[in-house]
Ligand binder design. Structure first.
Ligand code: PLP
Length: 225
C-alpha cells in the first residue's frame, strides 16, 4: 500500500467514530494529495490561499477543502467560491469579509472561531471576552452568509502533555460556554477543531471532533522549497 494511505489508515484506526480527519497537505505536491484521495481521503487542509487555490484547480472536485491557518481579509475572495470550512476566524472584520464574499457566490460559508489557548505569544486567536463581544454585536447579527459551526485552537508546542491537556480542556470549556450562551438550538454548532500530529491523541481524549494532521500523514515538511 502507498505509504501515505497506510499512514491515514493507521491514524483513522485510533480515531473514535465521528471524529473527522483533516489531512493537512500544505507544502506537499498534488501527487501526494492524489494518492491520499485514491485511498479514500476526502478532506484536506491548507493554510496558504494561493496554494489552496492552485490545488483546488488541479484535483478532483469532490474534495472538501479546509482553510486551516490565518486568513487575510484581502485573500478571502479567492477561496470563497469553493472552500468548505474556514478554521481560523479571529475577528469581526474577517467575518464580515467572508460574509461579503460568500454572498457574491450565493453561498453560506461555515467558519470556526479561533481561540488563543496556548502559552506561546501569538497574534492570532480570540479570548472568551472578545468572542462574546463579537457574538453580541449588531454587526455580527446582520451577517447572513456565514455560519459559525464551532471553535478551533492550537496547544502550546511542548513535551508537557499535562499542559497540552489543560489547554485542550480549556478550549472544550469555551466551546460548551459559547454553545449554551449563543448557539442553543443551532444543531450544527458542534465542531471542536483541535489536535495535530504531535498532540491529536490528547485532543481526542478531550473531545476533539476534527483533528488536523499533516506530518504524520505526508512526512515532515521542507520549508526551503
Ligand atoms: C500545519 C498545521 C497543522 C498540521 O500540523 P502537523 O504537526 O504537521 O500535523 C494543523 N493545524 C494548523 C493550523 C496548521 O497550520
Amino acid at each position: 500500500m502507498n505509504q501515505i494511505v497506510e499512514n491515514i489508515e493507521r491514524i483513522k484506526k485510533t480515531l473514535p467514530a465521528g471524529v473527522k480527519l483533516i489531512a493537512v497537505s500544505k507544502t506537499k505536491p498534488v501527487e501526494d494529495i492524489q494518492a491520499a484521495y485514491e485511498g479514500g481521503q476526502r478532506i484536506f487542509g491548507e493554510n496558504k490561499v494561493q496554494e489552496l487555490e492552485q490545488k483546488y484547480g488541479l484535483l478532483p472536485k469532490d474534495i472538501e477543502w479546509h482553510q486551516i491557518g490565518h486568513l487575510q481579509t484581502n485573500k478571502v475572495k479567492y477561496i470563497a467560491p469553493f472552500v468548505s470550512l474556514i478554521h481560523a476566524v479571529d475577528s469581526l472584520k474577517l467575518l464580515q469579509t467572508i460574509d461579503k464574499e460568500a454572498g457574491k457566490c450565493n453561498r453560506v460559508l461555515h467558519c470556526l472561531l479561533q481561540f488563543h489557548i496556548a502559552e506561546e505569544e501569538t497574534k492570532f486567536g480570540l479570548d472568551e471576552g472578545e468572542a462574546g463581544e463579537l457574538l453580541e454585536s449588531e454587526d455580527y447579527r446582520e451577517l447572513k452568509n456565514i455560519r459559525i459551526t464551532g471553535v478551533m485552537g492550537m496547544a502550546t508546542y511542548t513535551e508537557d502533555t499535562g499542559q497540552i491537556r489543560k489547554e485542550f480542556r480549556h478550549l472544550h470549556r469555551i466551546y460548551e460556554n459559547l454553545k449554551s450562551k449563543y448557539f442553543t438550538g443551532q444543531e450544527d454548532f458542534k465542531e471542536l477543531s483541535m489536535g495535530m500530529s504531535g498532540d491529536y491523541r490528547i485532543a481526542v481524549e478531550e473531545g476533539s471532533t476534527m483533528v488536523r494532521i499533516g506530518s504524520s500523514i505526508f512526512g515532515s515538511r521542507n520549508y526551503k522549497v
